[in-house]
Design a protein around this ligand. Structure first.
Ligand code: ADP
Ligand code: F6P
Length: 319
C-alpha cells in the first residue's frame, strides 16, 4: 500500500469530516499518499480526485457535512461501471479505498473488492442501522439534535396543553426514535421494527388523559408513516387533536458531538491500519467499547435489530 483514497457516499452524517481527517492524517503518519475523491462513487468515474495533505483536513473536525461531498449514484450497481472505476483508480496508482457511508455504500465497496480492488468500510449514517457495529458516525449528533428539538417542543406543548407528533428520520430503523424517546421522555415511540397498533396508541393516550395529563409527545420514525398521516389517523379514529413537527434534514447537519468526533477518528485511523495490514472487504465497528472489524457482507446481509430493551424501557417510563 503506497497510495490510498477516501470517499463519502450515501446520506451525509455529522462526523464524516472527522473520519476523513483521521484517514488522511493516519495515512500520512504511516508514510502513505492520500487522495480525496469528491461526490462518492460518481466522483471516481468523473475523476474528481484531490491530493490530500495534513493541511487540507485542518479546521474540519468540528464541521458537519462532508468536505468531500456525498452522492447517491445508482449506476454504481452495474458491473461495467464498477470495472471502469477500478481501471480509473489503478490508472491513478491508487492501491486501496476507504469508503465512509451506509450499507448501500458497503455493497459498492464489496463489489470493488470482489473485482480485485481492496476496500474498507467506515460506518457513517445518522440511522445507526449497520449490523455489526453498535454505533455509526453521526447517530449521537442526530440524537442530540432531536432531543434538544423535543425539549423545545415540550415547552410549548406544556404551555398550551397540546399533544405533539414529532416525525424523525429512520427509513428502516427506529434507533433515533427510541433513543430520543428515552432521552426526551416522549410518551410514545412508533418505530419500523415494532408492529404499529393505532388502537393501542389511542388507549395509551386516553389512559394518560384520564389521569390528568394535558399534553403528550409522540415520536414517529418516518419509515412507519408520516407525522401528518398519524395525526390524521388519531383525528379520524378518536378525535384526538395533535400538532405535527417534522424535523427533517436538520437531523443530518450541525457540529458533531464529542462522541461522534472520537468515534470517527478511531474508525478512520483503524481503516487505514486495516488496509496496511492487507485486510480488504471488511468494515470497522465498535462493540462493547472495543474496535472491531468484520466482513462487509455481514453488515448488509443481516437485518438491523432494534434495541428492544430500550424500546420497552421507553414504554415503561411513559405510562
Ligand atoms: P447508504 O450508503 O447511506 O446506505 P445508499 O443506499 O443510497 O446510501 O447507497 C449509497 C451509494 O452506494 C449508492 O448511491 C450507490 O452509488 C452505491 N450502492 C448502493 N447499493 C449498491 C449496490 N448494490 N452495488 C453497488 N453500489 C451500490
Ligand atoms: O440514511 C440517512 C437518511 O437521512 C435517512 O434517515 C432518510 O430516510 C434518508 O437518509 C433521506 O435521504 P435523502 O436526503 O436522500 O432524502
Amino acid at each position: 500500500m503506497k497510495k490510498i483514497a477516501v470517499l463519502t457516499s450515501g446520506g451525509d452524517a455529522p462526523g464524516m469530516n472527522a473520519a476523513i481527517r483521521a484517514v488522511v492524517r493516519k495515512a500520512i503518519y504511516e508514510g502513505l499518499e492520500v487522495i480525496g475523491i469528491e461526490h462518492g462513487y460518481q466522483g471516481i468515474l468523473e475523476q474528481r480526485f484531490q491530493p490530500m495533505t495534513l493541511g487540507s483536513v485542518g479546521d474540519i473536525i468540528q464541521r458537519g457535512g462532508t468536505m468531500l461531498y456525498s452522492a447517491r449514484f445508482p449506476q454504481f450497481k452495474e458491473d461495467a461501471v464498477q470495472q471502469q472505476a477500478i481501471d480509473i483508480l489503478k490508472k491513478h496508482n491508487i492501491d486501496g479505498l476507504v469508503v465512509i457511508g451506509g450499507d448501500g455504500s458497503y455493497r459498492g465497496a464489496m463489489s470493488l473488492t470482489e473485482k480485485g480492488f481492496p476496500c474498507v468500510g467506515v460506518p457513517g449514517t445518522i440511522d445507526n442501522d449497520i449490523p455489526g457495529t453498535e454505533y455509526t458516525i453521526g447517530f449521537d449528533t442526530a440524537l442530540n439534535t432531536v432531543m434538544y428539538s423535543i425539549d423545545k417542543i415540550r415547552d410549548t406543548a406544556t404551555s398550551h396543553e397540546n399533544s405533539f407528533i414529532v416525525e424523525v428520520m429512520g427509513r428502516d430503523a427506529g434507533d433515533i426514535a427510541v433513543w430520543a424517546g428515552v432521552a426526551a421522555g416522549a410518551e410514545t415511540v412508533v418505530i419500523p421494527e415494532v408492529d404499529f397498533n393505532v388502537d393501542r396508541l389511542i388507549q395509551r393516550l386516553t389512559k394518560s388523559a384520564m389521569r390528568g395529563k394535558k399534553h403528550s409527545i409522540m415520536i414517529v420514525a418516518e419509515g412507519v408513516m408520516s407525522g401528518h398521516d398519524l395525526a390524521k389517523l388519531l383525528k379520524e379514529k378518536a378525535q384526538i387533536e395533535t400538532r405535527v413537527s417534522v424535523l427533517g434534514h436538520m437531523q443530518r447537519g450541525g457540529s458533531p458531538t464529542a462522541r461522534d468526533r472520537v468515534l470517527a477518528s478511531q474508525f478512520g485511523a483503524r481503516a487505514v491500519e486495516l488496509l496496511i495490514e492487507g485486510k480488504q472487504g471488511v468494515a470497522v465497528g465498535v462493540r462493547n467499547h472495543v474496535l472491531v472489524d468484520y466482513d462487509l457482507p455481514e453488515a448488509y446481509e443481516n437485518k438491523h435489530q432494534a434495541d428492544t430493551k430500550l424500546y420497552t424501557l421507553s414504554e415503561q417510563l411513559s405510562i
